[in-house]
Design a protein around this ligand. Sequence first.
Ligand code: NPQ
Ligand code: MG
Length: 369
Amino acid sequence: MNIDAVELRRVAIPLVTPFRTSFGTQTARDVLLVRVITDRAEGWAECGALSHPVYSSEYTDGAEHLIADELLPRLFAAGDRLNADLVAQLLEPVRGHRMAKSAVETAVLDAQLKAAGVPLGSHLGATATHVVSGVSVSIYDEVPQLLDAVSGYLESGYRRIKLKIEPGWDLEPVAAVRDRFGSGLLLQVDANSAYTRADARHLARLDEFGLLMIEQPLDEEDVAGHAELARVVRTPICLDESVVSARSAYEAIRTGACAIINIKPGRVGGYLEARRVHDLCTAAGIPVWVGGMLETGIGRAANLALGGLPGFTLPSDISASDRYFAQDLTEPIRMVDGRIEIPTAPGIGGAPIPDVLEQLTVSRQVVKP
Ligand code: NPQ
Ligand code: MG
């Protein structure tokens, strides 16, 4: 494949409601899009990094800079040898920056699959036609606000509720949701690393609420701490931030640090590595589910393809477009009866609506070989 040019676009999309997690409150999404223009097709991808390095060390400005200065020159150097399976190897000399690498690899993969007329789901080995849709729920100031929000999401049809928690907002909101909506509700929590090993006994008090999992309670680097916690807390531990590759998934599972893994293609470096994480977890009997980074329809369409693989047996964080955006970059992704259909169009199955893209674009740069 020959790349004629790569366009890097920054898009600002307001969130319908502020989204508060243990690492802060976001009111808009500052998105980096990568568009690879080749002689045969063009490919799109979304970089999941946030505006600031508060979820992980990557952030949008840094990712844009790194892609333009460090990653694209390495792709151009490959000339017409370039194909999606070669990208990870070409970018290997650059350490880290997995979300940036994922966006570049995905855009090349999208172009390649569109030229071949192959949907990403088929390419990855998806066996399902739909993905079960869960929703991630913000931290609120008061419990009544939380109960109203959860009530609205359940009315929309979401099959699973995930509550963001942090010290001071954990037992009370979880108890209130369990009390209001009953023991049948699929319910889990996500701490985004807000606790320490010293909180083990406190976190064990969540065991009485029959949660599906406690996601990333400790620091991303404290894998041993999660294994220690798993011996005190009965609720299954799920890792998110700690799993950055198939190798780190293997180490976490071997150490006993997790019983479940949230797979986010950007966090692990791309959809091809995400499939390797899926395959490894499935072989080890570890259930996985597709996480979310509040992507636009471009990122979420691709995530749906991944969610069709057989090991994704738990409800995803792939919510409908209207969970986050009044106007998505793509045609709205809709949930029907708690499930979202996996796109069957060639490639990632999502592309921006041109005039919406122009309207929301903050900046763009074109990088040529
Ligand atoms: C998680 N995602 O599972 C991440 C946290 C996250 C759906 O909870 C803007 C604002 C971007 C908040 C990306 C979900 C974000 C964000 C990710 C939260 O840990
Ligand atoms: Mg998480």
